[in-house]
Ligand binder design. Structure first.
Ligand SMILES: Nc1ncnc2c1ncn2[C@@H]1O[C@H](COP(=O)(O)OP(=O)(O)OP(=O)(O)O)[C@@H](O)[C@H]1O
Ligand SMILES: [Mg+2]
Length: 425
């Protein structure tokens, strides 16, 4: 199937093969007992392998019901669900759920189990050895940027909201399922933490290339994370199913326009990512460097700030000349308030971070939180002006099929093979 994905997404680095599976919802209907209207009414929708599809729409329109029918936590009343070529509508639900990771708000962790036990639940059910589970737990903790030695024995109540959410993601990925379902995963955390979790999800996805179906209330989040966005109205009626770029440029109707709301005005901020703009260099210092040495390097570069990184090249402090003058050697203190933004973050996120920190600039990190460079307000403004000039000129053929109560003539499970690019970037 869709083995060749054109990398129009402006991602950096080498790419692993897609490990995700395509999903086809084929005329799927859910009628809850005693309800007059169907919660999901004849929905046909293709979800391409290795892509992130965001489900958005007003409260009660059937997003959660749609999501839960994919892993049959809710049984469809009518219709078929096909994973890759496999009709899974009638297979054992428990077996199916081991092939599909599921993440809910606040991680949905079991409070009486440690982080390691929580993450290892599915592998344990699958009969993995203790050693294999332990190794997998550590690997996943690294993947979600938590130090295994520090976190593996903690209980959920000893974690922040964002950390719990990371564990929820790690747990869902434990048995390496091809599909990940997420229901408002980042709804319960503050905006800056949410932004970091989103960036992390994008980094993880770049590495793993799962098929991710994610429900959100936040249209900006849908634009940031989604390769495709499905906009639903009541009864899970698909109003528009397209790339974020095309939905913003060409909303299908007034309902979509209203739904996009004020976000559309600043769309270049949401559509452009930090890794698409030129970052400024910075003078980088290491723990233990002499303050005077760092100062002379600032003089040489004509800079006023130095970024201190730890042994894994993660930024830990951002020092002014004045601070350096008072220092003998650079300490290993970690400044918890550093304005840091991931390179997959949107310019909107970057601006938020700068404003919160009032620094007028932010440190940009890449994979595993390593330091890449500095982004400032001028760079963001420049990028908006330039992006504006060639906005809307990008085009891409092929989009996944999605209709309600439609005929299957236009829908094939192989259709996803032609889908792949996101314009622009
Ligand atoms: N167990 C149930 N029994 C009866 N009706 C239900 C049940 N679960 C959901 N519904 C109804 O089905 C419709 C769709 O619900 P669903 O939870 O899928 O909406 P949603 O789009 O996820 O909403 P929200 O954004 O508020 O989470 C709603 O009208 C809801 O009241
Ligand atoms: Mg819901």
């Amino acid at each position: 199937m869709s083995e060749t994905i054109h990398n129009a997404d402006n991602q950096t680095g080498p790419h692993s093969a897609i490990t995700g599976a395509s999903i086809l919802l084929d005329k799927v209907t859910k009628r809850y007992p005693g309800q007059q209207k169907a919660a999901v009414d004849g929905l046909t929708m293709e979800i391409p392998a290795g892509k992130i599809v965001m489900l958005v729409g007003p409260s009660g329109c059937g997003k959660t019901t749609t999501l839960k029918m994919i892993n049959r936590l809710i049984e469809p009343t009518e219709g078929r669900i096909v994973l890759d070529e496999d009709d899974v509508t009638d297979i054992d639900g428990d077996a199916l759920r081991r092939r599909i990771g599921y993440v809910i708000q606040a991680g949905g962790l079991f409070p009486h189990m440690t982080v390691a036990t929580n993450i290892g639940i599915v592998p344990k059910m699958l009969g993995w050895s203790k050693e294999k589970i332990a190794a997998r737990v550590d690997e996943l903790l690294e993947l979600v940027s938590l130090d295994p030695a520090v976190y593996r024995h903690r209980f959920p109540k000893e974690l922040s909201g964002g950390q719990q959410q990371r564990i929820g993601v790690a747990r869902a990925l434990a048995a390496d399922p091809p599909v990940l379902l997420m229901d408002e995963p980042f709804g319960a955390v503050d905006p800056i933490t949410r932004q970091r979790l989103q960036d992390e999800l994008l980094n993880i996805q770049e590495e793993l290339q799962k098929t991710i179906v994610c429900v959100t209330h936040d249209f900006d989040e849908a634009v940031k994370l989604g390769d495709w966005i499905a906009i639903f109205t009541e009864g899970a009626q698909l109003v528009q199913y397209d790339t974020p770029e095309r939905i913003l440029a060409d909303p299908a109707n007034e309902f979509v326009e209203n739904f996009i709301g004020s976000g559309a005005g600043l769309k270049q901020l949401t559509l452009t990512r930090v890794n698409e703009v030129n970052l400024a260099d910075a003078v980088v210092a290491s723990v233990g460097d002499l303050g005077s040495d760092v100062l002379s390097r600032l003089d040489e570069a004509g800079h006023n700030h130095a970024v201190v990184v730890d042994e894994r090249r993660r930024p830990i402090q951002w020092l002014t000349r004045r601070q350096l003058t008072r220092l003998d050697r650079v300490s290993d203190d970690v400044d918890a308030k550093l304005p840091v933004v991931g390179d997959r973050a949107t310019l909107n996120d970057a601006l938020d971070t700068m404003l919160v920190s009032s620094a007028g600039a932010a440190l940009v990190t890449g994979r595993r939180d390593t330091f890449l460079g500095v982004i400032d307000v001028e760079t963001v403004m420049d990028a908006i002006t330039r992006a504006h000039k060639h906005a809307m000129t990008a085009h891409s053929d092929g989009r996944p099929v999605g209709i309600n109560t439609g005929t299957l003539d236009t829908v094939g499970t192989s259709g996803a093979a032609t889908v792949g690019e996101r314009p622009g970037g």
